[in-house]
Write a protein that binds this ligand. Structure first.
Ligand code: ASP
Length: 326
């Protein structure tokens, strides 16, 4: 594999964006810049004393309108490790339940002078809507079926640590592609970095716009696994399914579940990833998910904190009077 050298412009020009709504619109060098920025936080997070005070005095609001474990927790830890005041908005107790519009909520958050707002929302496009209304950087923590950019960045960082280079790397993403913002952001990120992405799903869970994506579609999981370097498994997103998309979880596991026998069809050193939450025994078997030498699943969680620290740091540089936007 040839080396993909980060050749981004120096200083503030390296990441000129106001927020992070998606991977779409990011140049490869901007993605690499964020990955490189995260490396210092990977190191810090492995030390007993994990504190840096650069965001001291700033307020970060995590507004999650959908459930989350890893993403919410890691954004909270990321902000706190950088010294910010982090507030989690409890949407179950908020005025959203009383019918407040998204725009009114955005205006309220803006009036509180947040320095960054992290949003997860069930509707595709909701994060952009809020980003257009507020004056601080907005980070997308997952919007509907659209994008989950920090997940793709943490996945890329995890892959880079394990495989060193993206060029020509064969990544098979299998599962509920249709409803997956993780798949969308990963396709954009990995293809932009030079990887070869294969998407595998039953016909009902393959998006119609597959032709426009720079990927190879597969209905047969065994064929999609052949020669793969990385196998990324996705959950069936039942909460987004209206109607019957699969015959039964048992049948789905039979055709699309990652078992040790199936994994043997990929390269002998192929690595396994999953964004979580996992449905063990459906899309992935426990004895694959827990393989010490092949599974990167807990490593992905570790990288998630570092990536979110990098994003919060880079996006608040202007407000801190540090290196600013161009
Ligand atoms: N945690 C990821 C997301 O928020 C994947 C999933 O929920 O299956 O999209």
């Amino acid at each position: 594999m040839t080396s993909l050298v980060a050749s981004y412009p120096a200083g503030s020009a390296a990441f000129p964006h106001r927020g992070l709504v998606g991977i779409a619109g990011l140049a490869p060098h901007e993605i690499l810049f964020l990955l490189d920025e995260a490396e210092q936080w990977v190191k810090l997070n492995r030390l007993p004393q994990k504190h840096d005070n650069r965001l001291a005095g700033l307020t970060i609001i995590n507004a999650f309108f959908e459930n989350s474990t890893r993403t919410l927790l890691s954004f909270e830890i990321a902000g706190k490790r950088l010294g910010a005041d982090v507030v989690n908005m409890q949407t179950a107790q908020s005025s959203i339940k009383k019918g407040e519009t998204l725009i009114d909520t955005a205006m309220t958050l803006n009036a509180m002078h947040a320095d960054a707002i992290v949003i997860r929302h069930g509707s595709s496009g909701a994060v952009q809507l809020i980003a257009d209304k507020v004056s601080c950087p907005v980070l997308n923590a997952g919007d509907g079926q659209h994008e989950h950019p920090t997940q793709a960045l943490l996945d890329a960082l995890t892959i880079r640590h394990a495989k060193k280079d993206f060029n020509g790397l064969k990544v098979t993403i299998c599962g509920d592609i249709l409803h997956s913002r993780v798949a969308r952001s990963n396709v954009l990120c990995l293809t932009s970095l030079g990887a070869e992405v294969r998407l595998c799903a039953p016909p009902a869970l393959m998006p119609a716009e597959i032709e426009q994506m720079k990927v190879t579609p597969f209905l047969d999981f065994d064929a999609a696994l052949e020669d793969a370097d990385v196998v990324m498994m996705l959950r069936l997103q039942m909460e987004r399914m209206q109607g019957q998309f699969i015959p039964s979880p048992r049948e789905y596991h039979h055709l699309y579940g990652l078992t040790p026998e199936r994994l043997a069809k990929a390269k002998p050193d192929a690595l396994v990833m999953h964004p979580g939450p996992m449905n063990r025994g459906v899309e992935i078997d426990s004895n694959v998910a827990d393989m010490a030498d092949r599974s990167l699943i807990t490593r992905q969680v570790e990288m998630g904190v570092a990536i979110r620290m990098a994003c919060l740091d880079v996006l608040t540089r202007k407000v801190r009077g540090a290196e600013g936007w161009t």
